[in-house]
Design a protein around this ligand. Structure first.
Ligand code: ADP
Ligand code: MG
Length: 474
Protein backbone atom coordinates (compact mmCIF):
# COMPACT_ATOMS: atom_id res chain seq x y z
CA UNK A 1 0.00 0.00 0.00
CA UNK A 2 2.68 2.35 1.02
CA UNK A 3 4.64 1.45 -2.06
CA UNK A 4 1.71 2.35 -4.35
CA UNK A 5 1.35 5.78 -2.81
CA UNK A 6 5.01 6.40 -3.28
CA UNK A 7 4.76 5.21 -6.89
CA UNK A 8 1.76 7.45 -7.53
CA UNK A 9 3.55 10.36 -5.98
CA UNK A 10 6.56 9.69 -8.16
CA UNK A 11 4.35 9.67 -11.26
CA UNK A 12 2.78 12.99 -10.25
CA UNK A 13 6.17 14.56 -9.73
CA UNK A 14 7.29 13.19 -13.07
CA UNK A 15 4.26 14.67 -14.85
CA UNK A 16 4.80 18.00 -13.19
CA UNK A 17 8.43 18.00 -14.30
CA UNK A 18 7.34 17.34 -17.87
CA UNK A 19 4.78 20.17 -17.53
CA UNK A 20 7.44 22.58 -16.32
CA UNK A 21 9.75 21.58 -19.15
CA UNK A 22 7.00 22.11 -21.74
CA UNK A 23 6.08 25.45 -20.22
CA UNK A 24 9.71 26.46 -20.08
CA UNK A 25 10.26 25.53 -23.73
CA UNK A 26 7.13 27.44 -24.72
CA UNK A 27 8.24 30.44 -22.70
CA UNK A 28 11.74 30.25 -24.16
CA UNK A 29 10.33 30.06 -27.70
CA UNK A 30 8.03 33.01 -27.07
CA UNK A 31 10.92 35.01 -25.66
CA UNK A 32 13.08 34.30 -28.69
CA UNK A 33 10.24 35.15 -31.01
CA UNK A 34 9.67 38.49 -29.28
CA UNK A 35 13.34 39.24 -29.37
CA UNK A 36 13.42 38.53 -33.09
CA UNK A 37 10.46 40.87 -33.53
CA UNK A 38 12.22 43.61 -31.55
CA UNK A 39 15.31 43.15 -33.69
CA UNK A 40 13.19 43.38 -36.81
CA UNK A 41 11.81 46.75 -35.66
CA UNK A 42 15.35 47.84 -34.87
CA UNK A 43 16.62 46.81 -38.31
CA UNK A 44 13.80 48.61 -40.08
CA UNK A 45 14.38 51.70 -37.97
CA UNK A 46 18.12 51.60 -38.67
CA UNK A 47 17.42 51.16 -42.34
CA UNK A 48 15.02 54.11 -42.42
CA UNK A 49 17.62 56.23 -40.64
CA UNK A 50 20.54 55.17 -42.80
CA UNK A 51 22.70 58.03 -44.07
CA UNK A 52 24.94 56.71 -46.82
CA UNK A 53 27.26 59.27 -48.38
CA UNK A 54 24.97 59.70 -51.39
CA UNK A 55 22.11 60.73 -49.12
CA UNK A 56 24.36 63.09 -47.17
CA UNK A 57 25.38 64.76 -50.42
CA UNK A 58 21.69 65.22 -51.25
CA UNK A 59 21.20 66.94 -47.91
CA UNK A 60 24.30 69.09 -48.42
CA UNK A 61 23.25 70.12 -51.94
CA UNK A 62 19.73 70.74 -50.82
CA UNK A 63 20.87 72.99 -48.00
CA UNK A 64 23.21 74.78 -50.33
CA UNK A 65 20.52 75.62 -52.88
CA UNK A 66 18.06 76.56 -50.15
CA UNK A 67 20.59 78.97 -48.72
CA UNK A 68 20.78 80.69 -52.09
CA UNK A 69 17.01 80.80 -52.40
CA UNK A 70 16.82 82.17 -48.87
CA UNK A 71 19.12 85.01 -49.79
CA UNK A 72 17.37 86.01 -52.95
CA UNK A 73 13.90 86.22 -51.50
CA UNK A 74 12.80 88.78 -48.99
CA UNK A 75 9.92 86.60 -47.98
CA UNK A 76 12.16 83.73 -47.13
CA UNK A 77 10.48 80.77 -45.57
CA UNK A 78 13.82 79.58 -44.35
CA UNK A 79 13.80 81.68 -41.25
CA UNK A 80 17.10 83.21 -42.24
CA UNK A 81 17.94 86.29 -40.32
CA UNK A 82 20.42 88.86 -41.40
CA UNK A 83 22.41 90.12 -38.46
CA UNK A 84 23.91 93.53 -38.89
CA UNK A 85 26.87 93.23 -36.62
CA UNK A 86 29.45 94.99 -38.59
CA UNK A 87 32.27 94.72 -38.26
CA UNK A 88 33.08 91.20 -37.14
CA UNK A 89 36.13 90.93 -34.86
CA UNK A 90 39.53 91.07 -36.49
CA UNK A 91 41.45 89.48 -33.65
CA UNK A 92 43.15 92.78 -32.79
CA UNK A 93 40.56 93.78 -30.18
CA UNK A 94 41.97 94.45 -26.72
CA UNK A 95 40.50 95.25 -23.36
CA UNK A 96 37.90 94.19 -20.84
CA UNK A 97 34.45 93.43 -22.20
CA UNK A 98 31.14 92.54 -20.66
CA UNK A 99 28.39 90.38 -22.08
CA UNK A 100 24.86 89.25 -21.35
CA UNK A 101 23.48 86.03 -22.73
CA UNK A 102 19.75 85.78 -22.23
CA UNK A 103 18.49 82.20 -22.22
CA UNK A 104 15.17 80.47 -21.69
CA UNK A 105 15.04 80.47 -17.92
CA UNK A 106 18.19 82.27 -16.88
CA UNK A 107 20.76 84.74 -18.08
CA UNK A 108 24.52 84.72 -18.00
CA UNK A 109 26.64 87.70 -17.08
CA UNK A 110 30.11 87.40 -18.50
CA UNK A 111 33.28 89.41 -18.34
CA UNK A 112 36.59 88.73 -20.00
CA UNK A 113 39.79 90.27 -21.31
CA UNK A 114 40.88 90.15 -24.90
CA UNK A 115 44.55 90.58 -25.57
CA UNK A 116 44.56 91.27 -29.33
CA UNK A 117 46.73 89.36 -31.84
CA UNK A 118 44.20 86.51 -31.62
CA UNK A 119 45.37 85.88 -28.06
CA UNK A 120 42.93 83.74 -26.08
CA UNK A 121 40.30 85.30 -23.90
CA UNK A 122 41.50 85.54 -20.29
CA UNK A 123 40.24 86.51 -16.83
CA UNK A 124 36.89 85.08 -17.78
CA UNK A 125 34.21 85.44 -15.10
CA UNK A 126 30.66 84.30 -15.46
CA UNK A 127 27.58 84.26 -13.32
CA UNK A 128 24.25 82.61 -14.01
CA UNK A 129 21.09 84.28 -12.71
CA UNK A 130 17.74 82.49 -12.70
CA UNK A 131 14.79 84.42 -14.12
CA UNK A 132 11.73 84.36 -11.85
CA UNK A 133 8.61 83.26 -13.68
CA UNK A 134 6.91 86.63 -13.10
CA UNK A 135 9.58 88.26 -15.26
CA UNK A 136 9.22 85.60 -17.94
CA UNK A 137 5.47 85.61 -18.23
CA UNK A 138 4.73 89.29 -18.65
CA UNK A 139 3.88 90.85 -21.96
CA UNK A 140 6.47 93.52 -21.42
CA UNK A 141 10.19 93.02 -21.04
CA UNK A 142 10.48 95.80 -18.47
CA UNK A 143 10.64 93.65 -15.35
CA UNK A 144 13.12 91.29 -16.97
CA UNK A 145 15.41 94.04 -18.20
CA UNK A 146 15.25 95.86 -14.86
CA UNK A 147 16.37 92.63 -13.20
CA UNK A 148 19.22 92.23 -15.68
CA UNK A 149 20.30 95.83 -15.06
CA UNK A 150 20.34 95.35 -11.28
CA UNK A 151 22.31 92.11 -11.51
CA UNK A 152 24.69 93.62 -14.04
CA UNK A 153 25.36 96.56 -11.70
CA UNK A 154 26.27 94.11 -8.91
CA UNK A 155 28.41 92.03 -11.24
CA UNK A 156 30.31 95.09 -12.43
CA UNK A 157 30.89 96.40 -8.93
CA UNK A 158 32.40 93.07 -7.90
CA UNK A 159 34.76 93.09 -10.85
CA UNK A 160 35.56 96.75 -11.37
CA UNK A 161 38.18 96.63 -8.62
CA UNK A 162 40.02 94.05 -10.67
CA UNK A 163 39.57 96.01 -13.87
CA UNK A 164 41.40 99.12 -12.70
CA UNK A 165 40.11 102.63 -13.11
CA UNK A 166 41.02 103.32 -16.71
CA UNK A 167 39.34 100.21 -17.95
CA UNK A 168 36.25 100.59 -15.81
CA UNK A 169 35.55 103.81 -17.71
CA UNK A 170 35.69 101.93 -20.96
CA UNK A 171 33.23 99.16 -20.31
CA UNK A 172 31.68 97.60 -23.38
CA UNK A 173 28.64 95.39 -23.41
CA UNK A 174 27.44 92.76 -25.85
CA UNK A 175 24.03 91.12 -25.73
CA UNK A 176 23.03 87.75 -27.15
CA UNK A 177 19.86 85.74 -26.91
CA UNK A 178 19.47 81.99 -26.95
CA UNK A 179 15.96 81.21 -28.09
CA UNK A 180 13.93 79.59 -25.38
CA UNK A 181 12.86 76.11 -26.31
CA UNK A 182 10.77 75.14 -23.31
CA UNK A 183 7.25 74.78 -24.60
CA UNK A 184 5.54 76.61 -21.77
CA UNK A 185 7.94 79.53 -22.02
CA UNK A 186 7.07 79.94 -25.68
CA UNK A 187 3.55 81.03 -24.81
CA UNK A 188 4.73 84.03 -22.80
CA UNK A 189 4.78 87.47 -24.33
CA UNK A 190 8.48 87.89 -23.74
CA UNK A 191 9.34 84.58 -25.32
CA UNK A 192 7.25 85.34 -28.36
CA UNK A 193 9.15 88.57 -28.70
CA UNK A 194 12.46 86.74 -28.45
CA UNK A 195 11.36 84.25 -31.04
CA UNK A 196 10.21 87.07 -33.29
CA UNK A 197 13.83 88.16 -33.38
CA UNK A 198 14.43 85.45 -35.91
CA UNK A 199 12.07 87.07 -38.37
CA UNK A 200 12.00 90.68 -37.40
CA UNK A 201 14.90 93.02 -37.05
CA UNK A 202 12.62 95.70 -35.61
CA UNK A 203 12.04 93.53 -32.57
CA UNK A 204 15.81 93.42 -32.09
CA UNK A 205 16.00 97.21 -32.16
CA UNK A 206 13.08 97.51 -29.75
CA UNK A 207 14.67 95.12 -27.28
CA UNK A 208 17.97 96.98 -27.54
CA UNK A 209 16.19 100.22 -26.63
CA UNK A 210 14.43 98.53 -23.73
CA UNK A 211 17.61 97.17 -22.21
CA UNK A 212 19.41 100.47 -22.68
CA UNK A 213 16.60 102.30 -20.87
CA UNK A 214 16.85 99.86 -17.97
CA UNK A 215 20.62 100.46 -17.76
CA UNK A 216 20.12 104.20 -17.90
CA UNK A 217 17.54 104.14 -15.09
CA UNK A 218 20.14 102.58 -12.81
CA UNK A 219 22.81 105.00 -13.96
CA UNK A 220 24.90 102.23 -15.49
CA UNK A 221 27.31 103.70 -17.96
CA UNK A 222 26.97 100.99 -20.59
CA UNK A 223 25.10 100.68 -23.85
CA UNK A 224 24.11 97.74 -25.97
CA UNK A 225 24.62 98.42 -29.66
CA UNK A 226 23.13 95.31 -31.13
CA UNK A 227 21.37 92.30 -29.93
CA UNK A 228 21.81 89.10 -31.86
CA UNK A 229 21.27 85.43 -31.30
CA UNK A 230 24.03 83.62 -29.48
CA UNK A 231 25.09 81.51 -32.46
CA UNK A 232 25.95 84.74 -34.26
CA UNK A 233 27.88 85.68 -31.11
CA UNK A 234 29.82 82.44 -31.41
CA UNK A 235 30.58 83.30 -34.99
CA UNK A 236 32.02 86.61 -33.81
CA UNK A 237 34.07 84.64 -31.27
CA UNK A 238 35.35 82.31 -33.98
CA UNK A 239 36.29 85.31 -36.11
CA UNK A 240 38.41 86.82 -33.37
CA UNK A 241 40.57 83.69 -33.41
CA UNK A 242 40.59 83.01 -37.09
CA UNK A 243 39.48 85.03 -40.10
CA UNK A 244 38.67 81.81 -41.89
CA UNK A 245 35.95 81.09 -39.39
CA UNK A 246 32.94 81.09 -41.67
CA UNK A 247 30.18 79.56 -39.59
CA UNK A 248 29.07 78.78 -36.06
CA UNK A 249 26.68 76.07 -35.05
CA UNK A 250 24.82 75.59 -31.80
CA UNK A 251 24.15 71.98 -30.87
CA UNK A 252 22.44 71.95 -27.54
CA UNK A 253 18.85 71.68 -26.54
CA UNK A 254 18.12 73.74 -29.65
CA UNK A 255 20.23 74.02 -32.78
CA UNK A 256 21.05 76.91 -34.99
CA UNK A 257 23.61 77.91 -37.53
CA UNK A 258 25.08 81.27 -38.33
CA UNK A 259 27.38 81.87 -41.28
CA UNK A 260 29.02 84.75 -43.03
CA UNK A 261 27.57 85.39 -46.42
CA UNK A 262 30.59 85.81 -48.62
CA UNK A 263 29.36 88.55 -50.94
CA UNK A 264 28.12 90.93 -48.30
CA UNK A 265 30.02 89.69 -45.25
CA UNK A 266 26.89 89.70 -43.16
CA UNK A 267 26.06 86.82 -40.92
CA UNK A 268 22.83 84.95 -41.49
CA UNK A 269 21.37 82.51 -39.09
CA UNK A 270 19.03 79.55 -38.91
CA UNK A 271 19.29 76.19 -40.64
CA UNK A 272 17.81 76.27 -44.10
CA UNK A 273 15.08 73.77 -44.77
CA UNK A 274 16.15 70.45 -46.17
CA UNK A 275 14.30 67.37 -47.28
CA UNK A 276 15.22 64.23 -45.50
CA UNK A 277 13.15 61.06 -45.47
CA UNK A 278 11.28 60.88 -42.20
CA UNK A 279 10.17 57.66 -40.60
CA UNK A 280 6.99 56.99 -38.60
CA UNK A 281 8.63 58.12 -35.34
CA UNK A 282 9.79 61.46 -36.77
CA UNK A 283 6.38 61.98 -38.29
CA UNK A 284 4.44 61.38 -35.07
CA UNK A 285 6.91 63.46 -33.07
CA UNK A 286 6.38 66.34 -35.46
CA UNK A 287 2.58 66.04 -35.53
CA UNK A 288 2.39 66.02 -31.75
CA UNK A 289 4.91 68.84 -31.30
CA UNK A 290 3.98 72.43 -30.53
CA UNK A 291 5.14 73.53 -34.01
CA UNK A 292 4.14 70.84 -36.53
CA UNK A 293 5.76 71.23 -39.92
CA UNK A 294 8.39 73.70 -38.82
CA UNK A 295 12.06 73.41 -37.85
CA UNK A 296 12.15 69.96 -39.41
CA UNK A 297 15.92 69.70 -39.59
CA UNK A 298 16.20 70.59 -35.93
CA UNK A 299 13.78 67.82 -35.08
CA UNK A 300 16.27 65.30 -36.43
CA UNK A 301 19.41 66.67 -34.82
CA UNK A 302 18.89 68.65 -31.65
CA UNK A 303 19.29 67.63 -28.02
CA UNK A 304 15.67 68.46 -27.42
CA UNK A 305 14.45 65.70 -29.77
CA UNK A 306 17.04 62.90 -29.90
CA UNK A 307 15.89 61.22 -26.69
CA UNK A 308 12.26 61.64 -27.69
CA UNK A 309 12.79 59.82 -30.98
CA UNK A 310 14.49 56.96 -29.11
CA UNK A 311 11.65 56.84 -26.55
CA UNK A 312 9.08 56.45 -29.32
CA UNK A 313 10.96 53.51 -30.80
CA UNK A 314 11.31 51.84 -27.40
CA UNK A 315 7.61 52.34 -26.73
CA UNK A 316 6.71 50.57 -29.94
CA UNK A 317 9.01 47.71 -29.03
CA UNK A 318 7.49 47.48 -25.54
CA UNK A 319 3.99 47.42 -27.01
CA UNK A 320 4.57 45.03 -29.88
CA UNK A 321 7.37 42.79 -28.71
CA UNK A 322 7.14 42.92 -24.91
CA UNK A 323 10.73 44.16 -24.83
CA UNK A 324 10.47 44.82 -21.11
CA UNK A 325 8.17 41.89 -20.26
CA UNK A 326 4.40 41.59 -20.31
CA UNK A 327 3.74 45.22 -19.51
CA UNK A 328 4.21 48.56 -21.11
CA UNK A 329 6.01 50.62 -18.47
CA UNK A 330 3.62 53.57 -17.97
CA UNK A 331 6.41 56.14 -17.84
CA UNK A 332 7.60 55.02 -21.26
CA UNK A 333 4.48 56.67 -22.64
CA UNK A 334 5.46 60.11 -21.28
CA UNK A 335 6.75 62.41 -24.05
CA UNK A 336 10.20 63.96 -23.62
CA UNK A 337 10.99 61.95 -20.49
CA UNK A 338 14.16 60.59 -22.06
CA UNK A 339 16.61 63.46 -22.30
CA UNK A 340 19.68 63.39 -24.47
CA UNK A 341 22.27 63.25 -21.64
CA UNK A 342 20.59 60.07 -20.37
CA UNK A 343 20.34 58.72 -23.87
CA UNK A 344 24.06 59.43 -24.31
CA UNK A 345 24.87 57.63 -21.06
CA UNK A 346 22.98 54.51 -22.22
CA UNK A 347 24.46 54.70 -25.70
CA UNK A 348 28.01 54.95 -24.41
CA UNK A 349 27.66 52.15 -21.86
CA UNK A 350 30.52 49.75 -22.49
CA UNK A 351 29.96 47.40 -19.55
CA UNK A 352 29.42 43.74 -20.33
CA UNK A 353 25.83 43.57 -19.12
CA UNK A 354 24.89 47.16 -19.96
CA UNK A 355 24.71 48.17 -16.33
CA UNK A 356 24.26 51.87 -17.07
CA UNK A 357 21.38 51.09 -19.41
CA UNK A 358 19.82 49.03 -16.62
CA UNK A 359 20.25 51.87 -14.13
CA UNK A 360 18.85 54.51 -16.48
CA UNK A 361 15.86 52.40 -17.51
CA UNK A 362 15.07 51.95 -13.86
CA UNK A 363 15.64 55.56 -12.90
CA UNK A 364 13.75 57.11 -15.83
CA UNK A 365 11.04 54.60 -16.72
CA UNK A 366 10.78 52.46 -13.58
CA UNK A 367 11.88 49.39 -15.54
CA UNK A 368 13.72 47.08 -13.16
CA UNK A 369 13.53 43.73 -14.88
CA UNK A 370 15.27 44.34 -18.19
CA UNK A 371 17.29 41.51 -19.67
CA UNK A 372 20.81 42.12 -20.98
CA UNK A 373 19.47 41.45 -24.50
CA UNK A 374 16.78 44.11 -24.12
CA UNK A 375 19.37 46.56 -22.80
CA UNK A 376 21.57 45.91 -25.78
CA UNK A 377 18.66 46.74 -28.07
CA UNK A 378 18.05 49.97 -26.13
CA UNK A 379 21.70 50.98 -26.64
CA UNK A 380 21.43 50.22 -30.35
CA UNK A 381 18.30 52.34 -30.72
CA UNK A 382 20.20 55.25 -29.15
CA UNK A 383 23.08 54.60 -31.53
CA UNK A 384 20.84 54.79 -34.61
CA UNK A 385 19.25 58.05 -33.48
CA UNK A 386 22.55 59.71 -32.59
CA UNK A 387 24.33 58.51 -35.70
CA UNK A 388 21.69 59.88 -38.03
CA UNK A 389 21.52 63.23 -36.21
CA UNK A 390 25.27 63.70 -36.11
CA UNK A 391 25.79 62.72 -39.74
CA UNK A 392 23.08 65.13 -40.85
CA UNK A 393 24.87 67.93 -39.02
CA UNK A 394 28.03 66.88 -40.88
CA UNK A 395 26.12 67.11 -44.17
CA UNK A 396 24.86 70.55 -43.10
CA UNK A 397 28.44 71.70 -42.57
CA UNK A 398 29.41 70.46 -46.01
CA UNK A 399 26.39 72.30 -47.47
CA UNK A 400 27.45 75.58 -45.86
CA UNK A 401 31.06 75.24 -46.94
CA UNK A 402 29.95 74.38 -50.47
CA UNK A 403 27.57 77.33 -50.58
CA UNK A 404 30.42 79.63 -49.65
CA UNK A 405 32.47 78.21 -52.50
CA UNK A 406 35.21 77.01 -50.19
CA UNK A 407 35.21 73.25 -50.60
CA UNK A 408 37.99 72.89 -53.08
CA UNK A 409 40.75 75.19 -52.08
CA UNK A 410 39.97 77.27 -49.02
CA UNK A 411 40.29 76.52 -45.39
CA UNK A 412 37.02 76.86 -43.44
CA UNK A 413 36.77 76.95 -39.68
CA UNK A 414 33.44 76.04 -38.13
CA UNK A 415 32.80 76.81 -34.47
CA UNK A 416 30.43 74.57 -32.58
CA UNK A 417 28.87 75.40 -29.23
CA UNK A 418 26.56 73.39 -27.02
CA UNK A 419 26.31 70.45 -24.69
CA UNK A 420 25.40 67.97 -27.36
CA UNK A 421 28.68 68.48 -29.17
CA UNK A 422 30.75 69.07 -26.08
CA UNK A 423 29.60 66.19 -23.92
CA UNK A 424 28.24 63.52 -26.25
CA UNK A 425 31.47 61.91 -27.43
CA UNK A 426 30.02 59.38 -29.86
CA UNK A 427 27.76 62.03 -31.44
CA UNK A 428 30.80 64.26 -31.94
CA UNK A 429 32.77 61.39 -33.48
CA UNK A 430 29.97 60.55 -35.90
CA UNK A 431 29.75 64.20 -36.91
CA UNK A 432 33.47 64.46 -37.65
CA UNK A 433 33.62 61.18 -39.50
CA UNK A 434 30.67 62.07 -41.72
CA UNK A 435 32.39 65.27 -42.92
CA UNK A 436 35.46 63.21 -43.62
CA UNK A 437 33.46 60.57 -45.46
CA UNK A 438 31.47 63.03 -47.55
CA UNK A 439 34.44 65.15 -48.60
CA UNK A 440 37.10 62.49 -48.72
CA UNK A 441 40.38 62.72 -46.87
CA UNK A 442 41.99 65.50 -48.95
CA UNK A 443 39.14 67.97 -49.06
CA UNK A 444 38.07 67.33 -45.50
CA UNK A 445 41.46 68.65 -44.35
CA UNK A 446 40.14 72.08 -45.40
CA UNK A 447 37.27 71.91 -42.93
CA UNK A 448 38.29 72.52 -39.35
CA UNK A 449 35.70 72.02 -36.66
CA UNK A 450 36.40 73.72 -33.36
CA UNK A 451 34.72 73.89 -30.02
CA UNK A 452 33.54 77.40 -29.24
CA UNK A 453 35.96 79.62 -27.36
CA UNK A 454 35.14 80.83 -23.88
CA UNK A 455 32.10 78.58 -23.49
CA UNK A 456 28.41 79.18 -23.86
CA UNK A 457 27.43 82.84 -24.10
CA UNK A 458 30.98 84.16 -24.49
CA UNK A 459 30.07 85.32 -27.98
CA UNK A 460 28.55 88.42 -26.35
CA UNK A 461 32.03 89.53 -25.26
CA UNK A 462 33.40 89.26 -28.79
CA UNK A 463 30.42 91.20 -30.10
CA UNK A 464 31.04 93.96 -27.60
CA UNK A 465 34.63 94.01 -28.74
CA UNK A 466 33.92 94.16 -32.46
CA UNK A 467 31.30 96.85 -32.13
CA UNK A 468 33.21 99.19 -29.92
CA UNK A 469 36.91 98.60 -30.39
CA UNK A 470 38.72 101.49 -31.87
CA UNK A 471 42.37 100.75 -32.32
CA UNK A 472 43.29 104.47 -32.30
CA UNK A 473 42.12 104.97 -28.76
CA UNK A 474 44.59 102.44 -27.41
P1 ADP B 1 21.36 75.11 -23.93
O1 ADP B 1 21.04 74.34 -25.18
O2 ADP B 1 20.28 75.09 -22.92
O3 ADP B 1 21.99 76.44 -24.21
P2 ADP B 1 23.80 73.69 -23.72
O4 ADP B 1 24.29 74.38 -24.93
O5 ADP B 1 24.78 73.51 -22.59
O6 ADP B 1 22.51 74.37 -23.15
O7 ADP B 1 23.27 72.31 -24.12
C1 ADP B 1 22.57 71.56 -23.20
C2 ADP B 1 21.91 70.50 -23.99
O8 ADP B 1 22.91 69.70 -24.59
C3 ADP B 1 21.10 69.57 -23.13
O9 ADP B 1 19.80 70.00 -23.02
C4 ADP B 1 21.21 68.30 -23.89
O10 ADP B 1 20.26 68.28 -24.91
C5 ADP B 1 22.57 68.36 -24.51
N1 ADP B 1 23.55 67.69 -23.66
C6 ADP B 1 24.20 68.19 -22.59
N2 ADP B 1 25.02 67.27 -22.07
C7 ADP B 1 24.89 66.17 -22.81
C8 ADP B 1 25.45 64.88 -22.78
N3 ADP B 1 26.32 64.50 -21.85
N4 ADP B 1 25.06 64.02 -23.72
C9 ADP B 1 24.19 64.37 -24.64
N5 ADP B 1 23.60 65.55 -24.73
C10 ADP B 1 23.95 66.45 -23.83
MG1 MG C 1 23.86 76.67 -25.37
Amino acid sequence: MRKEVVAAAAITVGAAAVGVAVFFRHWERQREQRLRQAKRILRKFANDCATPVSKLWNVANDLCSNMEAGLSSEESQLGMLVSYIEPLPTGEEKGIYYGINLRGTNFLLIRGRLGGKNLPISELQREEVAIPSSAMDGDSTEELFDLIAVELAKFISVHSEIDGEAESRERKLGFTISFPVEEDAVSSGTAIKWRSLSVNDIVGKELTNDINQALEKLGIDLRVFALVNDTTGDLAGGRYYNKENVAAITLGMATDVSYVESAEQVPKSAWPITQFGRNEFDASLDTESSNPGSRMFEKLISGMYLGEIARRVLLKMAQETALFGDWVPPKLTTPYLLRSPDMAAMHQDTSEDFETVDEKLNEIFGINNSTPMAREIVAEVCDVVAERGARLVGAGIVGIVKNLGRIANKKSVITIEGGLYEHYRVFRNYLHSSVWEVLGSDLSDNVIIENCHGGSGAGSIFLAASQTYNADSY
